[in-house]
Design a binder for this molecule. Structure first.
Ligand SMILES: Cc1ncc(COP(=O)(O)O)c(C=O)c1O
Length: 391
């Protein structure tokens, strides 16, 4: 099947680009002596997770038990839940452990840790836990400067039913960085904070063997930082417009695109059949633009760190290498994209376009399957097996 025969909108995944992205991230981790544990929330596909393990990843990372269950069913036996999973889910975690899956999860509260300890002890199991540290994103995690933290780590290390294996963090604020230097500084600060917490624990006799960090924009800096044992990026498998704008990828690294059709055209605008139901309403952040500003000129830097538009359109639908800077997806309805045209365009109703989405993880979550492609040939349909497993 040729690309042009697909019904649109269609989510395409370029197999060669995925393979290259997997190889490159594995090489970055491996050459620096770090373990790689990809977050599979990006592709939600056991097939692609298998590619990652075959390339050398030592396990996978999921968000919630629902994702972990899908991957356990597919035979994955080492799953880290980089999420403060509530103890109400203990029966599900125990069932994974009973099936022989090595499960670990993130914790950041003494009351929750006590409940996990009680649940695991009652079931005569031991659960690996990593303490989540807030390294600046201010979402989950303990405050690394909390004077009570070292004593809590000591207490946690001796709780029945648990095995404290290390520290875990996610520098999500890296997505707000406004320069490469700012990004590097986020990674630097993350490594320093984790090092200091681990050192304070060590001084009290608690050895923390694992220091796990994870985010695609910071991976290139974190890989070489002392003390880090594991990288958990997820988005790198596909990349997207945000990663390009953060300097983490080039356009020809981007593996996930959306194929759309021009449904109608009017003065100064064309309408595509891909709306928020496939592109999502996520904005792209970053400091390098791949789009145009509101005056139609190429903006060197998005002024507030948010790029214009709900994706970027490639100049050639069959060869996604260069963005057509005269087209801006300025508005989405559920089933329509309104594209502002600066000057004129050769695009006519019925023509196909390839869109680079702002955020590939959410796009993958919006479709039951993606089309795996090799150039312009559709190779197979790949189910997004863990799609929607947000429980
Ligand atoms: C806890 C955690 N770890 C790792 C990742 C992977 O980061 P990225 O999407 O930047 O690759 C995420 C992403 O949201 C996350 O929330």
């Amino acid at each position: 099947v040729h690309l042009t025969e697909l019904r649109t909108p269609a989510v395409l995944v370029d197999a060669g680009r995925v393979a290259a992205n997997i190889t490159r991230m594995q090489a970055l981790a491996g050459s620096n002596g770090r373990a790689l544990r990809p977050h599979v929330k990006t592709h939600k596909s056991p097939v692609l997770a298998r590619w990652q393990l075959e390339a050398g990843a030592h396990g996978i990372c999921c968000a919630k038990p629902g994702e972990a269950e899908v991957f356990a069913d597919a035979g994955f036996d080492d799953v880290r839940l980089a999420y403060p999973v509530r103890p109400e889910h203990a029966p599900r975690i125990l069932s994974l452990l009973d099936r022989g899956v090595r499960v670990s999860l993130a914790v950041d509260r003494p009351d929750v840790v006590a409940a996990w300890s009680a649940a695991m002890r009652a079931a005569r199991h031991r659960l690996d836990v990593l303490v989540k540290v807030d390294v600046g994103f201010h979402r989950c995690g303990v405050d690394p400067h909390d004077p009570e933290l070292p004593a809590w780590l000591v207490a946690l290390a001796s709780m029945p039913g648990l095995r404290l294996t290390g520290l875990i963090s996610h520098a999500g604020h890296a997505y707000r960085a406004r320069s490469a230097d700012a990004l590097a500084a986020v990674a630097d600060e993350e490594a320093r904070l984790l090092h200091d917490v681990a050192a304070a624990a060590r001084n009290r006799g608690v050895a923390l063997g694992e220091i796990s960090v994870g985010a695609t924009p910071t991976a290139r800096y974190s890989a070489a930082m002392p003390g880090i044992t594991e990288l958990r990026p997820g988005n790198y498998v596909y990349f997207d417009r945000t990663q390009v704008a953060l300097g983490a990828a080039t356009l020809d690294d981007c593996a996930l695109t959306v194929l759309a059709t021009v449904v109608t055209a009017h003065e100064g605008r064309i309408i595509l059949d891909a709306g928020s139901k496939v592109l999502s309403s996520d904005r792209a952040t970053g400091y390098l633009t791949t789009g145009i500003d509101s005056r139609g000129a190429r903006a060197e830097r998005p002024p507030d760190g948010v790029l214009e538009g709900y994706g970027a359109i490639f100049a050639d639908a069959e060869s996604p290498l260069v963005i057509d800077e005269t087209l801006c997806i300025e508005r989405l309805s559920e089933e329509h994209a309104t594209v502002r045209v600066v000057g004129t365009t050769a695009l006519r109703p019925g023509d196909r376009v390839r869109i680079l989405p702002n955020h590939s993880c959410v796009v993958a979550n919006l479709v039951d399957s993606v089309s795996l492609i090799d150039g312009t040939a559709v190779v197979e349909r790949l189910p997004v097996a863990a799609r929607g497993r947000c429980d």
